[in-house]
Write a protein that binds this ligand. Structure first.
Ligand code: NAP
Length: 306
């Protein structure tokens, strides 16, 4: 029996583990893929205080994992299949094993949203990508497009401009949602061509099924155009990874868990931290901070219930 089981190994889960372990809790962290979450797919992080020079996302999260392991973290690679969260003993059923704990901290994060275009799914990994840092290198000296106007799209466009010949940045409005410092960098990069007020109507392929162009529509003028590209990077935000508990725990209309300021959810002994929470700012630093608060609340809960 664990004092706490943390589900998800991004910055929220890793920092929750650090605080739980330092608080003397018997702690298990379950991660289905590899630790780091979305931060592990970030090219450069330049807003994590304490790192005045940009640090790569993978390096930052490797440091986090190492830090947690130094305090004896038990991390298992397994996929959670189902959760029994009501009552004093929580059960976490994984594909390989079943675990029980007094508390659970949900740090399942969020995953990229899709455009919903007809052939988008079949072209995934074959001209359509949701991770510029993972797949960008395949497009050296090619022409690519990024769709979106938030921090991710701006960062992806800047990253891809390092080695592609041209990057179209397609956004449905005429101003970017992302940070001004990133927007300014994008606008002064001569390889990046902003395409405002536009949506993608179709992803077109050649006879061999390889992406060759995008059909765009300007939503202000209704004008349609075609741009030739070798790849499309979709960066239009994220959706909550809530499949395991959306019917059990109170979530907002978009499926993000509602917590109070102690990270307590609608179920006693269950806490949430990071991008899976309804919150105003999704950043690595706020995810890590949530993890610290959630672990501290779990420690309080265990002390009060023992
Ligand atoms: P986001 O901030 O939600 O932005 C999504 C963008 O995609 C918006 O510009 C939105 O347009 C556009 N969009 C949404 N649905 C669309 C659709 N169906 N078709 C076309 N465009 C669509 O998402 P994000 O950029 O992934 O960022 C997520 C969170 O992570 C944010 O809180 C962000 O600040 C944070 N983040 C931070 C950093 C950093 O600090 N370095 C890096 C990456 C991400 P509208 O603007 O018109 O709504």
């Amino acid at each position: 029996m664990y004092d706490t089981i943390i589900i998800g190994g991004g910055p929220a889960g890793l920092n929750a583990a650090l605080y739980a372990l330092r608080g003397g809790m018997k702690t298990l962290l379950i991660e289905k893929l590899f630790c780091g979450g979305q931060a592990a797919t970030t090219y450069e992080v330049e807003n994590y205080i304490g790192f005045p020079e940009p640090i790569s996302g993978p390096e930052l999260v490797m440091n986090m994992e190492e830090h947690v392991k130094r305090f004896g973290a038990q991390i298992v690679d397994d996929e959670v299949i189902s959760l029994e969260l009501e009552g004093d003993i929580k059960t976490v059923v994984c594909s390989k094993e079943k675990y029980s704990a007094k508390t659970v901290i949900l740090c399942t994060g969020a995953t990229p949203r899709t455009l919903g275009l007809e052939n988008e799914d079949s072209l995934r990994g074959n001209g359509v990508s949701y991770c510029a840092t993972c797949d960008g290198a395949f497009y050296r000296q090619k022409i690519v497009a990024v769709v979106g106007g938030g921090d991710t799209a701006l960062e992806d466009a800047l990253f891809l401009a390092n080695f592609t010949n041209q990057v179209y940045l397609i956004h449905r409005r005429d101003s970017f949602r992302g940070a001004k410092i990133l927007a300014d960098k994008v606008l002064s990069n001569e390889k990046i061509v902003p395409v405002y007020d536009s949506i993608i109507e179709s992803i077109n392929t050649d006879d061999g099924g390889v992406v060759k162009s995008l059909s765009l529509k300007n939503i202000k003028t209704d004008e349609t155009t075609t741009i030739n590209v070798n790849g499309l990077f979709v960066a239009i935000g994220t959706k909550a990874e809530n499949g395991l508990f959306k019917d059990k725990i109170k979530c907002d209309e978009s499926g993000y868990i509602i917590t109070d300021e102690t990270m307590k959810t609608s179920i006693d002994g269950v806490f949430a931290a990071g991008d899976i929470r309804k919150k105003p700012l999704r950043q690595i630093i706020t995810a890590a901070a949530d993890g610290a608060v959630a672990a501290t609340s779990a420690i309080d809960y265990v002390l009060k219930h023992s």
